[in-house]
Design a protein around this ligand. Structure first.
Ligand code: GUN
Ligand code: ZN
Length: 440
């Protein structure tokens, strides 16, 4: 039987950052019809009720029905050490990250953390993530098996590193290629799962390993490739010393076949003009990780300049360099970072970045990230009055943007009424908690 969800709805007909705010479409009393795991129709509630009298109706009242959030860059193995104090990137990796990642040779531990990670992200309204794993194949099996169990569209790959990491946390050029290939064959395209070719970043891979991973990507061009680029100035200087003949940081990837459409570059803060041009030319994706960039003290991503130049940009938590699992908190940080660079991002732009924009960065906008007929029914239901502080603000709102912005800035998992994964309610919160809610 088809399901009809009723509430406020928000969808996009284009990219509000480049095509204008008119691409954001709001309905105060809209509906989303779900059939066989997909969105079958989107429109006004009354019209959909008339056209589909036998659909099972769930009325969310004033809550907002949106596409589920898409987190375009995360490290699920860093779940248990998120919010670790006092270090910048390289020290933070050595002090906190690498010791934690060592534990993922143990499949049982990897599964425990993967399960906890998906519970946390779903509770925050995130229905798709693109995650790094660790060097251990077990960490990839744990991620994909837990994602599969929940029916999630998910992206991940084995992190490859063959230098500048502790013993027990390195592979080799050969084993990185072999293990990645085996995992890719096992998981890529299984239901909603996608394998992502994943060299961690240039400092932890030898040129030989980058070459081997580049060869693997060439053999599987339908996979995405994810890595880090120009996050901190010390890191950029380190890359220059490790690759003395490279033109710049991006060139350390480009020279080994690791640049192209389908490449995802996390952070991308300290870019040279050549890098900016080249990334645009090949239409690679830049992934903005604002809570991480402030938390680890990295810097201020140039959202305005890069989006105006036509770059493909997604938004992400970068858990656990980022200090939150919430894409609401991540939108708030993106707003604050852009303010520090003199640009006020509109709520429609922020929401797009966390849904359709992030999906587009993952080249998944044909499947997820929006309320459009034919897309998979991954949804988040958002309470726009989830706390007294938000409620006293949103009740005075004159339009949807004034109603939405307090939740963007102050919302958290309490704002998430429920999530739907391929049309199935994950029952994040009991419906009885929702004021004005009528279930028939
Ligand atoms: N650069 C290389 N590895 C990492 C990581 O795990 N987190 C962040 N934020 N940057 C990185
Ligand atoms: Zn990262």
């Amino acid at each position: 039987m088809a399901d009809l969800l009723i509430g406020q709805t928000l969808r996009f007909t284009g990219n509000p950052m480049t095509e204008g705010l008119g691409t954001a479409r709001h309905s105060a009393r809209g509906g989303v019809l779900i059939d066989a795991g997909r969105i079958a129709a989107v429109g006004e509630a009354d019209d959909l009720r008339r056209a589909h009298p036998h659909a099972r109706v769930t009325d969310y009242g004033d809550a907002l029905i949106s596409a589920g959030f898409v987190d375009a860059h995360a490290h699920y193995p860093q779940t248990a050490m998120i919010a670790s104090w006092g270090k910048r990137l390289i020290d933070w990796l050595n002090t906190y990250t690498f010791p934690e990642e060592m534990k993922f040779s143990d499949l049982a531990y990897a599964k425990e953390i993967a399960s906890r990670y998906f519970e946390l992200t779903l509770a925050n309204g995130t229905t798709s993530v693109c995650s790094y794993c660790t060097i251990h194949p077990e960490s990839v099996d744990a991620f994909f098996s837990e994602a599969h169990r929940r029916g999630l569209r998910s992206y991940a790959g084995k992190t490859c590193m063959d230098r500048n990491a502790p013993d027990g946390l390195t592979d080799t050029a050969r084993s990185a290629y072999d293990d990645s290939k085996r995992l890719l064959r096992e998981w890529h395209g299984v239901d909603r799962l996608s394998y992502v070719v994943t060299p961690r970043f240039s400092p932890t891979s030898t040129p030989e390993q980058l070459e081997a991973i580049g060869a693997l990507w060439r053999e599987h061009p339908d996979c995405l490739m994810q890595t880090h680029l120009s996050e901190q100035t010390d890191e950029v200087a380190w890359v220059r010393s490790l690759f003395p003949t490279a033109r710049d940081y991006l060139d350390t990837y480009e020279a080994h076949g690791l640049l192209g459409a389908g490449a995802l570059f996390g952070h991308a803060i300290y870019l040279e003009p050549r890098e900016i041009d080249r990334l645009r030319e090949v239409d690679a994706s830049l992934i903005h990780c604002p809570t991480s960039n402030t938390f680890i003290g990295s810097g201020l991503f140039d959202m305005d300049g890069l989006s105006s130049a036509g770059h493909r940009i997604g938004l992400a938590t970068d858990t656990g360099g980022g200090s939150s699992f919430s894409m609401l908190r991540t939108m708030a940080a993106a707003y604050e970072v852009a303010q520090l660079r003199g640009r006020a991002l509109h709520p429609a732009e922020l929401w797009w970045l966390a849904t359709a924009g992030a999906a587009r960065a993952l080249r998944a906008d044909g499947q997820i990230g929006n309320l459009s007929p034919g897309l998979e029914a991954d949804l988040a239901i958002i309470d726009l009055a989830s706390t007294p502080a938000i409620s006293q603000r949103s009740t005075r709102a004159g339009d949807i943007w004034e109603a939405l912005f307090p939740t963007i800035m102050m919302g958290d998992d309490r704002s998430i009424v429920d999530v739907y994964v391929a049309g199935r309610s994950m029952k994040v919160k009991s419906l009885q908690n929702i004021e004005n809610n009528i279930v028939r």
